[in-house]
Design a binder for this molecule. Structure first.
Ligand code: APR
Length: 259
């Protein structure tokens, strides 16, 4: 593995433009579940009910209460060493973008700013009429909704939905364009903790590969993106990224929280 980490360091040492793409695996060591692993969300909740507009419209109380539970889990979680290293990488490279599929706010809480979220934000709620987005934390909402207490738009009084991009819906244009631009121009693309099962990620990797970027994947399990990686680090993100950071910067582990 040392050899692999040395190759990883070489890939990053001379880069000027870095594109980081993360999935639920980046938050696993913070105690948050992924989606498709054996203990993942989609084995507990049917995605057709909990991650589609039709599912929400047919079961708004059940869907909102799953997101309220996820908000509590995310609120109790802390950024792990992977989030910290990715945040610190921003200032090291003249051109940097983090694109995350994650709806938690652990990247932001770790200090990431040059980032876009392509699947929404767990704390947001969006009016189904005027589409205005609100932060649920600014309202005194119950931990569990009933049909009478579902959140409504303060302006239209129409039902609000979670501000999540569900299956069959489009990623926000600005986030998609920024991600495509960085994927098409980066020297290194770092793929962390995603199965690649959702099309956006696969497209980013193809674009990076087409212009000759070095593609690095950090994931304990081989997946559909691994075949495109020049370097696959089969380790947890919270273990591999501090090693990379220590080798790149000489900063010991004391500059990072324990994985
Ligand atoms: N470090 C790195 N990777 C990890 C770790 C870890 N500690 N633990 C698990 N993984 C990997 C798994 O091996 C798996 O490949 O994280 C990946 C998680 O895959 P998914 O559960 O499919 O999650 P993700 O790829 O983020 O899903 C993408 O699908 O359902 C939609 O909107 C949802 O954003 C989500 C999207």
């Amino acid at each position: 593995m040392t050899h692999k980490i040395d190759e990883l360091v070489d890939a990053f040492a001379n880069a000027r433009s870095v594109f980081v793409f993360t999935g639920a695996g980046a938050s696993k060591e913070s105690g948050l579940p992924t989606f498709r692993e054996i203990d993942g969300e989609w084995n507990q909740y049917d995605p057709m009910t909990y991650a589609t507009l039709d599912g929400f419209l047919s079961e708004p109380v059940r869907v909102w209460n799953m997101y309220r539970l996820r908000q509590r889990q995310i609120g109790d979680a802390q950024p792990n060493a992977a989030h910290i290293v990715i945040a610190q990488m921003e200032s090291r490279y003249p051109h940097f973008l983090l694109t995350t599929q994650n709806v938690d706010d652990l990247h932001e809480r770790a200090g990431s700013r040059k980032m876009v979220k392509i699947h929404g934000d767990c704390w947001g709620m969006r009016c189904m009429h005027c589409s205005e987005v609100f932060d649920t934390r600014e309202f005194s909402l119950p931990d569990e909704f009933t049909s009478e207490t579902l959140p409504r738009c303060p302006h239209c009084e129409v039902l609000c939905r979670p501000n999540i991009v569900w299956f069959g819906e489009f990623v926000p244009d600005e986030a998609m364009f920024a991600s495509i631009e960085r994927a098409s121009s980066c020297d290194v693309m770092l793929v962390v903790g995603t199965s690649g099962e959702v099309s956006g990620g696969y497209g980013f990797v193809e674009r990076a590969s087409m212009h000759g970027a070095t593609i690095v994947e950090i994931n304990p399990t081989e997946g559909i993106l691994t075949q495109h990686a020049h370097l696959w680090i089969p380790e947890p993100a919270g273990v591999a990224l501090p090693k990379l950071w220590q080798s790149l910067t000489g900063l010991g582990r004391n500059s990072l929280p324990p994985a």
